[in-house]
Each structure stands twice: as structure tokens, then as C-alpha cells.
Design a protein around this ligand. Structure first.
Ligand code: AMP
Length: 115
């Protein structure tokens, strides 16, 4: 737990969120400013600031984020239609909250970005 981290506070239930899934390793909740009809964040319970701080010992945890996201996509009814999983890393990657998180986006045709 990091004292001034908003996502750690959501995990600790110190601030409210619409939590859809949680286990001993990860928590998933709806994004407060959805960019698509389905916009869910899947985060590790362990405070890892970004992908840059991921260690080899975290590999299973990172894989678990993806399998939980897949299960939620099925529950949300968007698995067959398709969806997007993205992770922003660092300032130029568009990361604003420095607690690693996977965005699950879907429920409408998503624009294909040309970078
Ligand atoms: P990123 O730009 O990848 O760091 O994404 C951070 C995401 O966290 C944004 O999509 C925000 O809308 C979302 N967010 C920030 N604060 C909260 C919160 N209290 N509850 C849910 N989502 C949040």
C-alpha cells in the first residue's frame, strides 16, 4: 500500500469505486470517466507504479490481470464482439495514475489509432 495512491485507497475501500471483481492478487472496478460503454480497470493489489517497475517475480501477477480482464469481458457481454486491453506507461505513454493498471475497453467499435 502506498499512502498517497488513489488506487491503493480503492483496494483498501477508503474511497468508493464500483468494484466488479477482487481476489487476493487483483481488483477490477469501473473507470470513473469512461471512454467507452465498458471501461474497466484491472489492477494488482500490490502497489507497482508502472510497467517500468515490474520484476520477473511479477510475471504471474501480470498474466493474472489479463485472465481476469478476459473473464470480465465475457461477463460484460463484449467478448465475442471484441474489446481492447491497453496499458499506458509513463508520462509520454499517457499514464496519469501511477499504480499499474490494465484498461478494458469495449461496447462500441473502437477507433484504430495510427500513432
Ligand atoms: P491512465 O491514464 O492510464 O493512468 O488511466 C487512469 C484512469 O484512471 C483514467 O481513465 C481515470 O478516469 C481513472 N480514474 C482516476 N481516478 C479514478 C477513480 N477514483 N475511480 C475510477 N477510475 C479512476
Amino acid at each position: 500500500m502506498s499512502e498517497d495512491c488513489i488506487f491503493c485507497k480503492i483496494i483498501a475501500k477508503e474511497i468508493p469505486a464500483e468494484i466488479l471483481y477482487s481476489d487476493e492478487r487483483v481488483t477490477a472496478f469501473r473507470d470513473i470517466e469512461p471512454a467507452a460503454p465498458v471501461h474497466i480497470l484491472v489492477i494488482p493489489n500490490k502497489h507497482i507504479p508502472s510497467m517500468n517497475e515490474v520484476e520477473e517475480e511479477d510475471e504471474k501477477l501480470i498474466g493474472h490481470l489479463f485472465t481476469v480482464a478476459k473473464k470480465i469481458a465475457i461477463e460484460e457481454g463484449i467478448a465475442e464482439r471484441g474489446y481492447r486491453l491497453t496499458m499506458n506507461v509513463g508520462k509520454e505513454g499517457g499514464q496519469v495514475v501511477f499504480h499499474l493498471h490494465l484498461h478494458l475497453l469495449g461496447g462500441k467499435p473502437l477507433r484504430v489509432h495510427k500513432y
